[in-house]
Design a protein around this ligand. Structure first.
Ligand SMILES: NC(=O)C1=CN([C@@H]2O[C@H](COP(=O)(O)OP(=O)(O)OC[C@H]3O[C@@H](n4cnc5c(N)ncnc54)[C@H](O)[C@@H]3O)[C@@H](O)[C@H]2O)C=CC1
Ligand SMILES: O=C(O)C(=O)COP(=O)(O)O
Length: 598
């Protein structure tokens, strides 16, 4: 990463403080925060998922969404409900959209993010499974992905139970037979559920609700979930067991885990061979967790007596799909979430999440961004701003041609080490370091990815201070190693560019440059001058700026000793002209100076 040649040439328009936007935004209704006022006219989260949104945003709803949700969206944005778009049509439309809402039927591929040209800021998945969204691509493009994880839980569990009971009593097959004019009572003798063992694979929200209901049907319920707490299972009389124990002892297996690389085709030839002969399988999770060819073989050989499937690897499955056609298979077209109640709930849940994210609020259901509780966020707010500004300052001090590769961030705090969430701060320092010297837009979603991609290593260190832990942090220090500085006094004794800041009365201040203590509020822009300490310097610089009507907000001098080397830090509200900066540089006592945009 090469630093910009001249700090004065840095593009001011990249500064987030220049984005015109609303005042006094609510931080997050979801987190119960009512309202916060910000000194800059910018909601905090806007720094993370920033929109250049002077006009109403546009939201593309690509699959059927409940009316109440659509109404919520329309109150805030232009809403384009276009269903059944081909992948090409979606890619064409997306460049005009700030947000996209989908269900399980739309593939939000890398091409979609690439085609958006950076405008797409939020993808809302109106449901749980996000396996149809390329999360890595979303993150790389700084696009937030939110889902609606709770509103369809009961619907999916009820559908699982519906399939379980219908399968056990051949309801679908018998219904088709009666409609065909037959009366085959002996052919459709079923099996009972009571006393049978049900293995719930994936003991999350849906799995838990299925387990509860199955217990009510008199079944013996066991579950396998490597991440579920045993006490939650025990509380409802379910025993957590290993994968092999679950599949080998079950009469019925119900799948409720997400489709991930680890669960893909988890029911395969090898695992079907471990099952009890005559096992019955329900899948309301994702088709991809079953190797469908292996299931056909297991059905044909009688290892699996019956299967009831709501989901398929390819949806809709091809007409000649062997599973769908199999007489021992009951199939539904991905109806798990399809109740009136669930669809209404999901629509509202996703509309609120998407609108909130577009407004710059933190989304409680963000899938690809760290969640920071609201109380932590409120405390960290001024430090978030300080972090970004220290990053911006530090990188502008790097001499052109030096490559920034290694940055050390030190947080000094009287809090216990595990009582400080630095993810936000690190993301904002990264934003400050990268944005001034590139065209990349960095936010909370893509900060770590962007740093890694640029080979920028950010290490973090904690200094634990004695004293009152009332404030989350005393100071933050940013050091850039192995670079030259265009302002030699910014180098510490050990040769790194070093800047340090604190929050004073809620306002970020620069309190150290190299080995020099200064004190200048981090607002507007800053001029740093190195000089031999002597009377009259402040006046000389001040009068040059005054002649141009540039308002000085702050001045401070840090010096080794009276009349020795000193650094003068001057905060200015307006950007001085090149001519004024040149005149400051020509003051004979000034040995070195740099102008830095914040
Ligand atoms: N058919 C439909 O219309 C619907 C399908 N679903 C699907 O159901 C699945 C579960 O949904 P929720 O319960 O809401 O999600 P959840 O996130 O609450 O639960 C998933 C559980 O699976 C567990 N898990 C992860 N890897 C596992 C593994 N290798 N083995 C066993 N368990 C594992 C997790 O620890 C978690 O407890 C998702 O795939 C979702 O997409 C959800 C709603 C409707
Ligand atoms: O929420 C889920 O994971 C589902 O599978 C529901 O999918 P749908 O929104 O009905 O296409």
């Amino acid at each position: 990463m090469a630093a910009a040649a001249s700090s004065t040439s840095l593009k001011h328009s990249q500064s987030p403080t220049t984005i015109p936007c609303m005042r006094h935004r609510s931080l997050s209704a979801t987190f119960g925060v009512t309202s916060l006022s910000f000194r800059r006219s910018e909601p905090l989260y806007r720094r993370f998922v920033v929109l250049s949104m002077d006009a109403k945003p546009t939201i593309l709803v690509a699959e059927k969404l409940g009316e109440a949700g659509v109404k919520l969206l329309k109150d805030f944005a232009n809403v384009d409900c276009s269903y059944n778009l081909s992948p090409e049509e979606l890619c064409t439309k997306i460049s005009l959209c700030d947000a996209l809402i989908v269900r399980s039927g739309t593939k939000v591929s890398r091409e979609v993010f690439e085609s958006s040209g950076g405008r797409l800021k939020v993808v809302g998945r109106a449901g749980v499974g996000i396996d149809n969204v390329d999360l890595a691509a979303a993150t790389e493009h700084g696009c937030l992905v939110v889902n609606a994880p709770t509103a369809n839980t009961v619907a999916a569990a009820e559908h699982g139970i519906a399939l379980l009971t219908a399968m056990a009593r051949n309801v679908a097959q018998a219904d088709a037979s009666v409609k065909a004019g037959k009366w085959q009572r002996s052919k459709y003798v079923g099996v009972s559920l009571v006393g049978k063992t049900l293995a719930v694979m994936g003991f999350g929200k849906v799995g838990t609700e299925v387990a509860r209901r199955a217990k009510g049907l008199g079944m013996h319920v066991i579950a396998h979930d490597p991440y579920a707490p045993a006490d939650r299972a025990r509380a409802i009389g379910v025993e957590l067991v290993s994968f092999d124990e679950a599949i080998s002892s079950a009469d019925f297996i119900s799948l409720h885990m997400p489709l991930t690389p680890a669960t893909s085709k988890i029911l395969n030839d090898e695992n079907f061979a471990k099952m009890k002969k005559g096992v019955r399988i329900v899948n309301v999770a994702r088709g991809g967790v079953i190797d469908e060819d292996a299931l056909v073989k297991a059905l044909d050989s009688g290892i699996v007596a019956q299967a009831a499937l709501d989901v398929f690897t390819e949806e809709p499955p091809p007409k000649d799909n062997k599973l769908v056609q199999h007489e021992n298979v009951t199939a539904t077209p991905h109806l798990g979430a399809s109740t009136m109640e669930a669809q209404e709930g999901v629509a509202i849940e996703i509309a609120e999440a998407v609108v909130g994210a577009l407004k710059g609020e933190l989304a409680a259901t963000a899938v690809n961004a760290p969640m920071v509780p609201s109380e932590v966020l409120i405390e960290l707010k001024p430090f978030v701003s300080l972090s970004e500004k220290l990053g911006r300052l530090a990188v502008q001090l790097v001499a052109g041609g030096s490559g920034v590769k290694s940055v050390k961030v030190t947080y000094a705090s009287a809090r216990a080490p595990d009582d400080l969430d630095t993810r936000l701060l690190r993301a904002m320092i990264t934003k400050g370091l990268i944005e001034p010297i590139s065209s990349v837009f960095v936010n909370l979603v893509n900060a770590d990815f962007t740093a890694k991609q640029r080979g920028l290593r950010i290490s973090e260190e904690r200094i634990v201070l004695d004293g009152s832990p009332e404030s989350p942090l005393e100071f933050i220090q940013v050091q850039i190693a192995n670079v030259e500085s265009k302002f030699a006094s910014a180098l510490s004794d050990s040769g790194e560019i070093k800047v340090e800041g604190r929050v004073k009365d809620g306002i970020p201040h620069l309190t150290r440059v190299g080995s020099f203590e200064v004190d200048v509020s981090l607002e507007g822009s800053i001029i740093l001058c190195r000089q031999v300490d002597q009377p009259g310097m402040i006046g000389k610089v001040g009068s040059i700026l005054g002649q141009e009507n540039v308002n000085v907000s702050f001045m401070s001098v840090g010096r080794i000793a009276p009349r020795k080397q000193a650094v003068m830090a001057i905060g200015v509200d307006e950007e001085p002209s090149k001519e004024s900066l040149k005149r400051i540089g020509e003051i004979s006592a000034i040995e070195d100076f740099v102008y830095l945009n914040l």
